[in-house]
Design a protein around this ligand. Structure first.
Ligand SMILES: [Zn+2]
Length: 264
């Protein structure tokens, strides 16, 4: 057996994109019983993957159009979205256009993750079936979705996923089912040759305090499933010796180099 067959498959590059800022008026929404009435600022990230000549996006951030509005815009859940630098500009810094992204894998459909769906309507979208059904079902408001942001996805190529999945069949990118925050919420495990495995956990927890203390945000669709997903993420991080990147953790985000820098 040659060395290459024993080494796990890896993606080529991982770029972290600044996907905007979310300002919420009451931090206790994310950690019930603590920080009542205190405003909180959450960083948002999207992640660009280069794999075998293909550009793949994990989430799309807050709508680029918000960049034109000084002070941002209250979009959903009483949360204000602010865009400092658009996703399109950050792709241009890397030397690509939105049209070069051929696939988007979606953690879930809240505005800070699906906001730029129309920029990538030509791409193939990988969405959990339970998430897709909630996005286009009658109860979208109850889940805090803003359907105008993803109306274009009705015409897009969508590959529906049912739980865990390995979309390229080589283990370099694994979709991990982590429901609770929304019904079809999922996380992404990516493998890099030098950096090693990184678990992009979406909104399983909004920051490390909430992860550690198993805080379930009041907006979550299923509290028990949220706690189970947190436990699953913890176990997977240990088992894979992976780095855990929490999308909205402002302190951690400040320590992770963003595009055009990349991980390989
Ligand atoms: Zn989010």
């Amino acid at each position: 057996m040659t060395e290459t067959t024993t080494r796990p498959a890896a993606i080529d590059r991982l770029y972290v994109l600044n996907a905007g800022i979310a300002v919420a008026p009451d931090r206790s929404v994310y950690s019930p019983g603590r920080w009542q009435g205190e405003p909180v600022t959450l960083t948002c990230n999207a992640y660009l993957i280069r794999r075998a000549g293909e550009w793949i996006l994990w989430d799309t951030g807050i709508d680029d159009a918000v960049a034109a509005e000084s002070g941002g815009r209250v979009i959903a859940h009483n949360i204000r979205g602010i865009v400092v630098r658009t996703i399109a500009c950050q792709l241009a810094d890397i030397g690509i256009a939105p049209a070069d992204v051929s696939r988007v894998i979606l953690s879930h459909a809240h505005f800070d993750h699906v906001g730029n769906a129309k920029l990538f309507r030509h791409a193939t979208w990988h969405i959990q079936r339970r998430e897709y059904d909630a996005m286009f079902g009658p109860d979208y408001q109850q889940y805090g979705y803003a359907p105008e942001l993803y109306a274009d996805l009705k015409q897009a190529r969508v590959e529906l996923m049912d739980g865990d999945c390995d979309p390229f069949g080589d283990g370099a990118i694994k979709v991990i089912s982590t429901p609770g925050h929304t019904l079809g919420h999922c996380s992404l495990l990516v493998r890099l040759a030098k950096t090693g495995p990184v678990l992009l956990s979406g909104d399983v927890a909004h920051d490390s305090y909430n992860m550690e203390h198993r805080c379930v945000p009041t907006m979550n669709a299923d509290a028990e499933a949220t706690r189970q997903s947190m436990a699953r993420v913890d176990a997977l991080v240990r088992e894979e010796r992976a780095q855990l990147w929490l999308n909205h953790d402002t302190v951690q985000t400040a320590t992770i180099p963003h595009a055009p820098a990349y991980f390989d």
